[in-house]
Design a protein around this ligand. Structure first.
Ligand SMILES: O=P(O)(O)OC[C@H]1O[C@H](OP(=O)(O)OP(=O)(O)O)[C@H](O)[C@@H]1O
Ligand SMILES: O=C(O)c1cc(=O)[nH]c(=O)[nH]1
Length: 190
């Protein structure tokens, strides 16, 4: 049997936290997806598309979600896309088969006109992922789309939670567990 929960090298979680602090946290006035102003932005694309940090993302999120049963992972494009891909590769390295999917912001108008791209997820247990959560609106949209595609959502997982209401919105709106790898206090953003 494959060892799906093989432990990651010591320090991987701390290494990713440091990478996020060094590369993704940008201080300055920004407008968030909620429309509210904030004093910092966490640009996780600078992590999930970074050759050194991205491989750590898959390992940390696989460990974070080790108690959930799922065989496909994905979320709303584009923040979620490299998160799902990193998890797929980290799972493969552990001898575990994990598919990925991409939820389009709207269904494609030509071709097969799909909203959820990738291997079919109908009838499967899936994890919805995200890079950062502010309102939780993006993962909620993804949850609705994958349910419409016939999948069972077992949870929502994100790399960084900004403590701005996503946890409550997802628990109440989707009725599934919401997990995050790092809170803002752990990133020195309190
Ligand atoms: O919790 P929420 O309120 O949904 O906010 C967080 C979302 O905002 C960012 O994406 P953005 O909406 O900027 O779009 P993008 O992924 O296309 O860059 C980020 O990648 C999350 O997806
Ligand atoms: O609210 C957002 O749009 C948002 C906040 C943040 O810190 N990072 C991000 O990618 N999006």
């Amino acid at each position: 049997m494959s060892d799906v929960n093989a432990s990651v090298p010591t320090g991987t979680r701390d290494d990713l936290r440091q990478q996020i602090k060094d590369k993704a946290v940008v201080h300055g006035k920004v407008t968030l997806s909620s429309g509210l102003e904030a004093d910092y932005y966490v640009d996780l694309r600078r992590i999930t598309l970074d050759g050194e940090a991205a491989p750590l993302v898959g390992q940390v999120l696989l460990d974070l979600t080790a108690d959930l049963e799922f065989d496909a992972v994905g979320g709303l494009t584009m923040g979620a896309d490299p998160v799902a891909a990193s998890m797929l590769h980290a799972a493969a390295a552990r001898g575990r088969r994990l598919d990925a999917f991409v939820v389009r912001k709207s269904a494609k108008a030509h071709g097969l006109q799909r909203r959820v791209e990738g291997p079919d997820i109908a009838g499967r247990r899936v994890l919805v992922v995200e890079d950062t959560s502010t309102t939780g609106g993006s993962p909620l949209t993804a949850v609705e789309a994958v349910r419409e595609a016939g999948a069972e959502v077992v949870g929502v997982a994100t790399i960084v939670d900004r403590a701005t209401g996503a946890a409550e919105k997802i628990s109440e709106g989707a009725g599934v567990p919401y997990l995050f790898a790092y809170g803002k206090d752990e990133l020195g953003l309190d």
